[in-house]
Design a protein around this ligand. Sequence first.
Ligand SMILES: [Zn+2]
Ligand SMILES: [Zn+2]
Length: 826
Amino acid sequence: MLPENMRELSKEFDILAIEKKWQSRWEEKGLYHFNWKDRTRPSFSIDTPPPYPSGDFHMGNLLNWTYFDILARYKRMNGFNVHFPQGWDCHGLGIEVQVEKEDGVKKREMPPDKFRQLCEKLVKKYIAIMKEGIMRLGCSNDWTTEYRTMDPDYWRRTQLSFILLYKKGFMYQGTHPVNWCPRCETAIADAEVDYEQHDGTLHYLKFAVENSDEYLRIATTRPELIPACVAVAVHPEDTRFFKYKNKRLGVPETKRTVPLILDNTVDPSFGTGVVMICTYGDKADVKIVIRHKLPVIIILTENGRINQNGGKYAGLTSLEARKAIVADLAKDGLLEKTEKIKQEIGLCDRCDSSVEILELRQWFMKTRELTDRVEKAANQVLWYPDYMKVRLIDWARSLDWDWVISRQRVFGTPIPIWYCKKCNETILAEENWVPIDPKTEKPRITQCPKCGSSEFVPELDVFDTWMDSSISCAVHAGWPDSKDWKRLFPADVHPSGIDIIRTWAYYLMVRHLALFDEAPYKSCLINGMVLGADGRKMSKSLKNYVATPLVLDKRGADAARQWAAGGGTTGSDIPFRWPDVEYSWRFLIKLWNASGFVSKLLADYTGDRKTKQVLQPLDKWVLSKCERLTGKVTDALEKCQFNLALEELRNFTWHTFCDCYLEAVKDRLYNPEVYGQEKRKAAQHTLYVVLERVLKLLAPIIPHVTEEIFQTLYGDEKNPQSIHVSPWPTTDEKLMDEEAEKQGDMEVAIIAEVRREKAEKHLPLNSKIAKLTIYAGEKITAEMIKQGQVDIAGTCKAAGILVLSEKGKGREVKPYDIRFVAEYLK
Ligand SMILES: [Zn+2]
Ligand SMILES: [Zn+2]
């Protein structure tokens, strides 16, 4: 339905006011709510990552949310019932560390529930900041779905999933080496360890060969672990050590001897070719200890100090112990020399402390036995871009240990387990007991099923945060409460950052495969990292950090979204550059001004069918190009190639539509007495159709400005319909006209050439030309030029046009190049 009269767009362009207005109207209308009752439209489910509240909706977040919001809006316009939930992944070490810092407290020194309250308070503050960021970006989330993993109602889901997996045999408790952060005093997963190159010192030490006066030289970077040395190893084919086979060696500064063992993994070229095996210096030690069934001497306490097994060094920190033992070795003549080396060390990704390997009782999930199925599922998932699936498969294949799911923390979902005080039997909560905190509630049984005792002790550990968030696909779909949850499961798309494929994408995969025997997502959309303008990773310490509110305050969400969509190919790292935002901003102004101009030109356009419209070559030209554009943009968005879609759209809108077409038809629109109503109406019709098409194609990327223009120019005041639920345009093959495109390209090229000449002669663009002579050639025939002479003459202000089929003098018309031509048409 066309409006009686098109309303004019305001001259004033206040982007921040426009954005704010539509954000609240969309929210009031509930425009983006998933409609559970609607079964006619197909559904499209997005597994929105519940972000970890950091108190900063940073440029990386802005990039993520822009990606999947574009997808949500595109799918909605394509007739899908889009499910776009939003939750918050609250628990974790980061919050505990931050509370200790901000409140000046130590979690070990205060009651756990007090500490937990401080964590919850901080999380709520952080969520408010991030939620504002998401809303200001204009994301079309369904806020009725909002959830927080720290709420008992979410505990219930995490705990239930644990109970089910326990019953299926996937959960076990074991004493096993784990990555341990001595500062945070908790076990951490492989994915939470960052490896970095550091300067280290290699100490060359002498180990006495038993019953001889010989020594073997050993090079180590961790002499403080000597009291935990359980063997010395060489490569089995290293001939230098054949004669020491079956010998034992004295461990310096202790009274113990250890065996010399042969192991293929020892590198004969590192150090002296002899290594000491300690429990535990690194992961290689763990593997050798298991392979050779060596004893374990635990030497570190949970806060990183040497324990009683360290003898005289007990009580010292690792570093203090290292100094002390090196001094003793030197005094006893057992330290031969030291040298500086570069070494790779593992750091806690939350606090950057050196990670140790401790052997502790922990809860594990059997994840390694799922590796083949993870690989199979990863190959069935559609990846954007495709090569990203290798990251998931490689990570799954690289894992040495099962996933350690217990954490020695306060702020986490409790593990629903008790132990019988008398016989140590494990008591698992029943499915209908959850949510439950075993620290404050007893198991709902009167006696131990094994020994009859009625005394129980709670499990004090909590779950790893990823235990909460790695069931998001099922939870978003409504599991376990909705009977209908398979309707939204598996998720149609799981968006993930390149840096969290090894955690989020991986944990989701193993949890859902184990729980439901089904992959949790059908496709995976990957975004890269945001770099600073200098091309390095954006960080406050590198002084290349740009805060999101600064960008949103200065140029608004629609400019920021264009930066995100257009910054690079999907999955690649993209730099944040102000000029990109400024260019995007200028594009919005161009779109606004052009739309305002069109609204004036169409003030008397009603679209009635009584007046016939006779499309001119330039009308057919721009209509055909518009159809082609529709096809290209649709294709790019289907493949999540946001940058290609935006590039096509901006080039077409800016140059083809505004600079060329709009300029070229002005004369026809202003002078109906010269051209006749039918041709004028054809130009109006074309403007009407093309602008509406451009607005719709731009809407997923630029939601606010397109909505404002669409509602003003195309909206029905009594029955307003948002552009975001209007149907996505489809390509009309009938309007694609190669001949018309060739013809129009030629006309635009001639117009540009005439204007170029005027500019060179310092004549105003509207200066009159008495006679314009155009010489035709082989490719551009006189017939073609004649067809377009109405628009050419009008635009160039030429009183007469003479077309000759002969070689002539003057300027040669340059081949059509839209950006080149457009320069002269402005
Ligand atoms: Zn730490
Ligand atoms: Zn018992």
